[in-house]
Design a protein around this ligand. Structure first.
Ligand code: SF4
Ligand code: SF4
Length: 388
């Protein structure tokens, strides 16, 4: 008797009761980049990173949760990162680790990934390489000469080293800004053709970085770019689920594409001003953000509300604290609806409306759009198109 749930990697993890699900951990403040998009730039390279013992205490008190979102700083500059990640998988039942990197330190990345894969048996890792444009644009935005070439070299090494490793997804993450807007589609198509990436995801630049001019785009420009990027997502969806039998493959592709279209919709809706999501934001209830120094927040956009040192680094005590209860009560009143995909993703998993209606509806809309605009080979058609 087949276990049909195993055929639905996208939806089997969805639609459940609100509970602590995600820890966002700024595992270090150290960074070797100078990104003009960085909302954490004023805290980088400080000397007050959490100690290994303090992080062990976070793990000991957090209980079971599914998703560990690693942030920083450049995570691979954290000593003993492999041991830290393994501890959360082993002791907290973490099922997926989201691990961003600038891709500049290939050996450290490989040592860490090898360690986690060797010492855990079932958690998956999303290793997300940041590429914010073609070579010159990427290097100019991130302030590191030859960054693009070096990151691409790391990605190619990773392709060879981890070929066939199903627990590791090697993705690309691109922040859309005024400076790369015209070449993001070309970047997406080139990577699709010339790399073995598992997926390519696009986040709209958010405020708080050192260069506010990068935000100067219009909502219409963003919407047009999103429309043109959907064929890239469709191509990755075909690759990602190619191993499944036909029926489950269609369901998995539908959820994957509907979900990504919904994220694009919310990025557009909240681009100029906050606009209500179709679900409640569950920041501070199902997720907790812990900064590099133990200060905690409900989400990455809202201010610090406490210091874990006051709670003996007890995650559940911080989640249940009076200041967190006040924060959670304030969120719906504050009209702070944002474009942050990590929190859109986390919150949507607790909404039956989103899972059963919004995602399938978003899938239909992107399918209709495809039928309208690209009847033949849509990738071929879009290849020749430059953004204005
Ligand atoms: S965005 Fe990431 S890689 Fe860039 S400066 Fe900030 S922490 Fe470093
Ligand atoms: S809507 Fe955005 S800014 Fe507001 S609490 Fe949720 S994640 Fe934070």
């Amino acid at each position: 008797m087949p276990d049909w749930r195993s055929y639905f990697p996208i939806i089997r993890d969805r639609a459940r009761a609100p509970e602590f699900n995600s820890l966002f951990l700024f595992v270090t403040s150290r960074c070797n980049s100078l990104c003009r998009t960085c909302f954490y730039f004023d805290k980088l390279n400080s000397r007050d990173d959490l100690t290994r013992e303090q992080i062990e205490r976070l793990s000991a008190t957090a209980g079971t949760f599914r998703k560990l979102w690693i942030s920083g700083g450049e995570p691979f500059l954290r000593p003993e990162l492999g041991e830290i990640l393994t501890m959360f998988v082993r002791d907290n039942g973490v099922r997926n680790i989201n691990l961003p990197t600038n891709g500049l330190m290939a050996e450290k990345i490989f040592q860490t990934i090898d360690y986690v894969l060797r010492n855990t048996s079932d958690a998956s890792i999303d290793l997300n390489f940041s590429l914010d444009g073609l070579a010159n644009t990427h290097d100019a935005i991130r302030g590191v000469p030859n960054n693009f070439v070096r990151t691409l070299a790391t990605m190619r090494q990773a392709e060879r080293r981890y070929q066939g490793e199903r627990r590791l997804r090697r993705n690309v993450l691109t922040v859309i800004t005024r400076e790369n807007y015209g070449e993001v589609l070309r970047l997406g198509l080139q990577l699709l053709e010339n790399t073995e990436s598992s997926g390519h995801y696009f986040q709209t630049v958010r405020g708080g970085g050192p260069d506010a001019s990068l935000q100067r785009m219009t909502r219409e420009q963003l919407a047009e770019l999103h429309r043109r990027l959907m064929p890239v997502h469709r191509a990755y969806a075909r690759k990602l689920f190619a191993h499944l039998p036909a029926g489950p493959r269609h369901v998995a592709e539908m959820y994957y594409l509907g979900n990504l279209r919904l994220h694009f919709d919310l990025h557009e809706r909240c681009f100029d001003a906050p606009a209500r999501w179709p679900m409640a934001c569950t920041a501070g209830q199902t997720s907790l953000v812990v900064d590099h120094n133990g200060k905690f927040r409900s989400c990455e956009m809202r201010p610090v509300i406490g210091d874990l040192a006051e709670f003996d680094y007890d995650v559940r005590a911080a989640l249940g604290s009076a200041q967190m209860q006040r924060e959670v009560a304030a969120i719906p009143q504050d009209n702070c609806w944002c474009t942050h995909s990590c929190f859109i993703e986390d919150s949507s998993k607790f909404s039956a409306r989103v899972q059963l209606f919004e995602i399938p509806w978003a899938w239909w809309r992107q399918r209709w759009d495809r039928l309208q605009t690209a009847p033949l080979d849509e990738i071929e058609k879009f290849k020749s198109v430059e953004m204005a």
